[in-house]
Design a protein around this ligand. Sequence first.
Ligand code: ZN
Length: 369
Amino acid sequence: MNTGLVWHEKYAWHNTGTYAGVLPSGGLIEPYTHADSPDSKRRIYALLETSGVLDKLTKINACPATAEQLNYVHELPYIDKIRSMSDQGGGDAGELTPFGQGGYEIACLAAGGAIQAADAVLDGKVNNAYALIRPCGHHAEKNRGRGFGLFNNVAITAHHLRKKHNVPRIAIVDWDAHHGNGTQQTFYKDPNTLTISIHQNNCYPPNSGFLSDNGEEAGQGANINIPMPPGSGHCAYMEAMDRIIAPAIARFKPDFILVASGLDIGAMDPLARLLCDSETCRELTRKIMNSAEKFCGGNLVLIHEGGYHAPTVPFMGLAIIEQLSGITTGVEDPFLPIIKGQGGMELLPHQEAIIKQAATLVGNIPVKK
Ligand code: ZN
């Protein structure tokens, strides 16, 4: 496979300030680093390079998305507000979304990188692609930034696919540990965009991502949430993939699959309580590639979202890239035995109960006419 990779050094320059985790420092909160520091992303790129796989990938250059492209998802007053805040030193784009001077341009470069990854697949330059971009996007709503994301990269890319390449049916699979609320909002009434989010139940945003939120009007049935209990690990994720996500794609028959690829499903992530690992990422990728091969000629782009444990995230990223490209580096994930050795890795009854309920939603997905 010829796999494309997007990365730009400016992604690491997105400035989330001297926070302590997700909260601003001040009072008795001593300044530390923001949870969304550049480290985990930059270290993925570093491991791709040191493992030798980077040279075998096709580099896709990122150039900024235009305001017109942002406007596919976001309202113009919001876009103007972010641009003007960015020019004046930055601020918070809405909720938990700090950015610094020039943050607008970097966020445009992130959305643009995702768009160009999709273009590269449809222009035949690569078979599939990974857009390693920052800031993330899936929490961003039409008129406010949320959860570290200024603009909804994956939703903008889906609109771009439709407008530029006339792609009729698009499936977006969001395996970030947190609910893809912004993406759900964007396509809630759209029967031609299937949005599936598998996430930790009620983690972030609060009160979001319920089983019962299935889309409305013409989009009824085209949104599936799989709110996994905290502590769900590899086996639960495999089961959800086989019993919900793969059958959902088989029923929907998309022409393109986008993945919101959050690596905060890892067992050591500070911002979620799931127990997945690099092998989970590899298998999720293998399964989604199978679906893409079967139903849309392999058309697949993964767009980076969360993942905040800098030591382990690079090995999850490498596993995905190995699977996408078919290249084996021989690098073994040194954290894997530690994670695999923890308890509760098997599919547990309370996890299966959620999977069983979510699986009943597949039959309501609007079919191709
Ligand atoms: Zn996340």
